[in-house]
Design a protein around this ligand. Structure first.
Ligand code: SF4
Length: 343
């Protein structure tokens, strides 16, 4: 049975991305086209911390998730896990990452093998890494089922015999069986009924408290991560628009895109309700990553845009007061904050 080989020092950065990029080639051989899915993302995750990554569909958050767990190889930047550069290298060199960083997938209907029993699914990571005897694997599987609120007596059943929420619990049990210290949760509740979403989020919060496992929790809705995340990173078209402590982001959003996402959250869940205006409402569709806008990628949809926004890319920076508590990629962040966005 796996036992923890990780010391969990809350000050330690367990996973760090620096300038991570990923570009895909599409189109025909004669007319190849590049899609910039992730365009230079920096983020860090401390032991036991939950980082929420939020953005619309197509903003690159799932590609980022796959790079963080080693399923996708970045074509630029570095990924450091527990002090070791795991960006590239042979299969063998990335064993460290695969053991310590596990993924919870978005769709519990397709991420479980329908021909395997639940016991086999949960024990599979132990079997494929030749860990423990069959008896100890069975004990560990029972322990994981109990941890996620299911019964060991369900081990012989198949995925189709479970509800969507239960299947996601099985996926969570499988992700924890090797005792990882980081979970990458790729929209783990978006395929579930609203009524069970909160149960799964609460389960993950309990697991973080009990096991001290750090998480990157990806969502397209800020309200999903509000009560779970210690920090939030807002992504727009492959780049981080704003990142900071969850409370700061919710109470005083600085980037116009964060303000727009927050204006879509039910009013009773945000303190900033009186300070957001119609100018903050998000309009238009996200531009295609095939042809991202020049300068600030948000400028065609931004109600605050000026001429420089269309020509100069804003870097992620620590702004001045009154929003100095976060990093934001906007030329006019201080001005927008001081204006109270009265429109
Ligand atoms: Fe809007 Fe300009 Fe800020 Fe981009 S840099 S978010 S376009 S004000």
């Amino acid at each position: 049975m796996p036992s923890s080989e990780f010391t969990r020092d809350p000050a330690e950065i367990v996973l760090e991305a620096r300038g991570l990029t990923r570009t895909f080639s599409t189109g025909s051989r004669l007319r190849p086209t590049k899609v910039s899915a992730v365009a230079g993302v920096d983020l860090s995750l401390r032991s036991g911390e939950v980082l929420g990554v939020v953005g619309e569909s197509g903003c690159g958050k799932s590609t980022l998730a796959r790079m963080l767990v080693g399923l996708e190889t970045p074509d630029g930047g570095t990924l450091v896990y527990r002090g070791q550069d795991v960006t590239r290298g042979r299969h063998r060199d990335r064993r460290h990452l695969r053991r310590g960083v596990q993924m919870i997938f978005q769709d519990p209907y397709t991420s479980l093998n329908p021909r395997m029993t639940v016991g086999e699914i949960i024990a599979e990571p132990m079997a494929s890494t030749h860990r423990g005897s069959s008896a100890s694997r069975r004990d560990r599987t029972a322990e994981m089922l109990d941890l996620v609120g299911l019964s060991a007596s369900m081990m012989g059943r198949y995925p189709h015999q479970f509800s969507g929420g239960q299947r996601q619990r099985i996926g969570i049990a499988r992700s924890l069986v090797l005792d990882p210290d980081v979970l990458i949760c790729d929209e783990p509740v978006s395929a579930l009924d609203v009524s069970v979403q909160a149960q799964v989020v609460n389960l993950l919060a309990g697991i973080r408290d009990r096991l001290g496992v750090a998480m990157v929790f990806i969502a397209h809705d800020l309200s999903v991560v509000q009560h779970l995340a210690d920090r939030v990173a807002v992504m727009y078209l492959g780049r981080i628009a704003e990142t900071g402590a969850t409370e700061d982001i919710y109470e005083h959003p600085a980037h116009p895109y964060t303000r727009a996402l927050l204006s879509a959250v039910p009013p009773h869940t945000r303190a900033e309700r009186g300070k957001l205006s119609r100018r903050d409402l998000l309009t238009g569709e996200p531009p295609s990553p095939l042809n991202p806008p020049s300068g600030c990628r948000f400028h065609p949809r931004c109600a605050f845009a000026r001429d420089e926004c269309a020509t100069t890319l804003p870097e992620l920076r620590v702004p001045g007061e009154p929003i100095a508590s976060r990093e934001v990629a906007c030329h006019l962040a201080e001005e927008i904050a001081l204006s109270g966005a009265r429109a």
